[in-house]
Design a binder for this molecule. Structure first.
Ligand SMILES: Nc1ncnc2c1ncn2[C@@H]1O[C@H](COP(=O)(O)OP(=O)(O)OP(=O)(O)O)[C@@H](O)[C@H]1O
Ligand SMILES: [Mg+2]
Length: 251
């Protein structure tokens, strides 16, 4: 059984149907890449998985670890072990990265984490991801560069140990170093914690740092092709036009 099972998902926003029947399953420990031209619906899928209220699911369902989460709120999804990047993109004045991480962990637990256990876990994450220790004393997102925000996010992921993470890197304007931070971080968490991930990206270069087992191509609100990394090579050679023609898609 897959950990995340998306079946025939139809999503509309405002008056328009954007996702027109998406099927995708991801098991813990699997790395999937989702690619597709601008406007094909990738971020809509990420936002819908996050439970964003602007996106209305009109058909289909999302099942996570056997539980139907189609109507669950973002907090319930996170608690179940789904990690959605950009959950907390705003600056929180006066909250250090370390305190924020403690709050994020406690939100998932019944009992607050013990100080000693938290320190041990934090040190482990810092070592694993090769982050400077002083970084965790800085205030969250306060004057963070794009790369630093990413580092905080990957640290959060290491601490929360989700089963599956959804990372929409398409809209974030990451430079290649920040992209590498994300990709290497995900690769390490994959190796150490068995993290599964759906990485939404335009960059073939991310694949130098983390190799997905599965690559999916979205056109016009549907996943039209799934395969291995050879699909990325095909895209690099042909662009999206050949695939559009093959599937008669307009976006
Ligand atoms: N909240 C919204 N309100 C209105 N239209 C929306 C909304 N979100 C997405 N759309 C529309 O849905 C379509 C798909 O957008 P989406 O952001 O999912 O594309 P994308 O594949 O992520 O593109 P990109 O590669 O540029 O990030 C676009 O036409 C977009 O304008
Ligand atoms: Mg997008």
């Amino acid at each position: 059984m897959s950990d995340l099972e998306i079946t025939d998902l139809h999503v509309r926003t405002e008056d328009r149907e954007i996702l027109k029947g998406v099927n995708l399953s991801i098991k813990k420990g699997e790395i999937h890449a989702l690619m597709g031209p601008n406007g094909s619906g990738k971020s809509t899928l990420a936002n819908t998985l996050l439970g964003h209220p602007s996106y209305e699911i009109t058909e289909g369902k999302i099942v996570f670890k056997g539980e139907d989460i189609t109507g669950s709120d973002p907090h319930e999804r996170a608690k179940a072990g789904l990690f959605l990047a950009f959950q907390y993109p705003v600056a929180i004045p006066g909250v250090s990265v370390a305190n924020f991480l403690r709050m994020a962990i406690n939100a998932k637990r019944e009992e607050p984490i013990q100080v000693k256990e938290f320190r041990t876990e934090l040190q482990h994450a810092i070592d694993l991801l090769d982050v400077d220790r002083s970084f965790t004393s800085r205030h969250l997102n306060d004057g963070f560069s794009g790369g630093e925000k990413k580092r905080a996010e990957i640290l959060q992921m290491a601490m929360l140990k989700p089963d599956v993470a959804i990372l929409d890197e398409t809209d974030s304007g990451l430079d290649i170093d920040a992209l590498r931070t994300v990709a290497e971080g995900v690769a390490r968490l994959h190796d150490e914690q068995g993290l599964g991930a759906l990485i939404i990206t335009h960059y073939q270069r991310i694949l130098h740092y983390i190799e997905p087992q599965f690559v999916h191509i979205m056109l016009d609100g549907r996943i039209v092709l799934s395969g291995g990394v050879e699909l990325v090579e095909r895209l690099e050679r042909e662009g999206y036009d050949e695939i559009r023609q093959e599937f008669g898609a307009s976006v």
